[in-house]
Design a protein around this ligand. Structure first.
Ligand code: SF4
Length: 425
């Protein structure tokens, strides 16, 4: 059965206890009649995601509880003033649909996001009802990731974080003025109250586990951490500012990762004629984020251009290496794990293998390093082996992949879109 067919079945299930039955001749209640018309904003999709930092990918069922919203954020396809077929799933419907997905093995985990059609407290009550039904009535022990909306009450943040494996609280912009410019009804302080409370609950839950409390799959206490999102390029905020805020959030603990969503101008919104952000900028932010989380880089070591953004023409690790010629070539035979991690083309796995196996007589040079996982074409200009340089060419010559102008527009056509990927986080 293809995904489309599965999703059609699921949509028909939403009518189950109303005027129709799953299958043919389904009559959906009025608030669901636009489900098939809602196009890219339709309420379900199935996604492969890696739930932990390693391990196999899991299939996640994503539900958009509603695409109706009482807010009017300038960048958002679901904003109040935009003509859009609206739909709304009730908590019991979402639960029934997800149980159907589980029973057929189409996914093993759930991600719930939503617009804010009513008071945020009511929206949070509905989300909590979904999680309570799944955990308490149906004993669902699997992965749930749920969005917390700005304006949630403290007790609601506590309850939903206790029930979920992961929660997200989307900041959208790194500072109050820029958030208000693109989302006039939002206040960063309100979002930060929810975010910091969720962070605190995750940190406390982890501390309790370290002290011996066994993990309860029905009350995982947000153990998989928190996520947030920034819309990149909709405001004048630079990558320097965005990464600075990201680092501040990481320092307080409990945040698993940050999403960076390149701004796309959406049809029939106040920003329809604004210029979209290059997807490559989003990619560079993710790379810089990986340097902080997985490669032991400090924020102060990231290299930003004069405009405050990460260079587009080469990745942040290469930018750092170019800014530190005194560190290279690095002798891969003697260098520490931390030093190896800083070489373009060497990741945590290949650095670990190198340290463990480089003394073996079978490791003699470039092709053997490749077998250990080193990306030779990128790394060789930065490496030596037993005192002998491995790459004949200087590293600068390896790096002229794109000129800057090309990099700025790479992947970005001046299109106007109907939705943006960030809508579903
Ligand atoms: S960003 Fe969120 S709050 Fe703003 S209009 Fe979109 S769904 Fe509503």
């Amino acid at each position: 059965m293809d995904t489309e067919t599965k999703l059609d079945i699921l949509m028909s299930l939403a009518a189950d206890d109303h005027e129709g039955r799953p299958g043919s001749d389904v009559v959906l209640p009025p608030r669901l009649r636009n489900m098939r018309k809602a196009g890219a904003l339709r309420p379900f999709n199935l996604r492969d995601v890696r739930v932990g930092s390693s391990g196999p990918k899991a299939k996640l069922f994503r539900i958009l509880m509603t695409n109706a919203c009482s807010f009017n954020c300038h960048y958002c396809p679901m904003r109040r003033d935009r003509e859009l077929p609206r739909t709304l799933l009730k908590p019991q419907e979402m639960v029934r649909i997800f149980l159907h997905v589980l029973a057929r093995g189409w996914a093993s985990g759930l991600f719930i996001t939503t617009g804010i059609p009513a008071h945020p407290v009511k929206v949070m009550d509905d989300l909590i009802t979904v999680l309570e039904l799944l955990r308490e009535r149906h004993a669902f022990r699997g992965y749930i990731h749920v969005k917390i909306v700005p304006g949630a009450e403290t007790a609601q943040v506590d309850r939903i974080t206790a029930l979920a494996n992961r929660v997200s609280v989307n900041l959208e912009a790194p500072c109050g003025d820029s958030l208000t410019a693109i989302a006039p009804e939002k206040r960063i302080e309100t979002t930060l109250v929810a975010l910091r409370r969720a962070q605190q609950r995750v940190v406390e839950g982890r501390a309790e586990e370290r002290e011996g409390r066994p993990r309860d799959a029905l009350l995982p206490q947000g153990a998989a951490g928190l996520t947030t999102q920034f819309v990149v390029g909709a405001t004048p905020d630079t990558d320097h500012t965005i990464m600075g805020k990201t680092v501040e959030l990481y320092a307080a603990g409990g945040v698993h990762h940050t999403h960076f969503s390149a701004f796309r101008p959406i049809r029939d919104t106040p920003l329809e004629n604004a210029r979209g952000a290059p997807p490559l900028r989003e990619h560079r932010l993710y790379q810089a984020d990986h340097l902080l989380r997985d490669y032991r880089f400090a924020y102060e070591e990231l290299v930003f251009g004069a405009d405050g953004n990460l260079p587009l023409a080469h990745d942040p690790k290469v930018a750092w290496a170019l800014a530190h010629p005194e560190q290279f070539p690095l002798d891969a035979f003697t260098a520490s794990y931390s030093a190896l991690l800083r070489v373009p083309g060497i990741g945590p796995l290949s650095a670990r293998r190198l340290v463990e196996q480089r003394r073996a007589s079978t490791v003699r040079g470039l092709s053997d390093l490749q077998k250990l996982g080193v990306a030779i074409t990128r790394a060789q200009g930065f490496l030596a082996w037993k005192g002998k340089r491995l790459g004949a060419e200087r590293w600068k010559e390896q790096l002229s992949l794109w000129d800057v102008e090309e990099a700025q527009t790479l992947g970005m056509r001046n299109d106007v879109f109907e939705f943006s990927p960030g809508t579903f986080r």
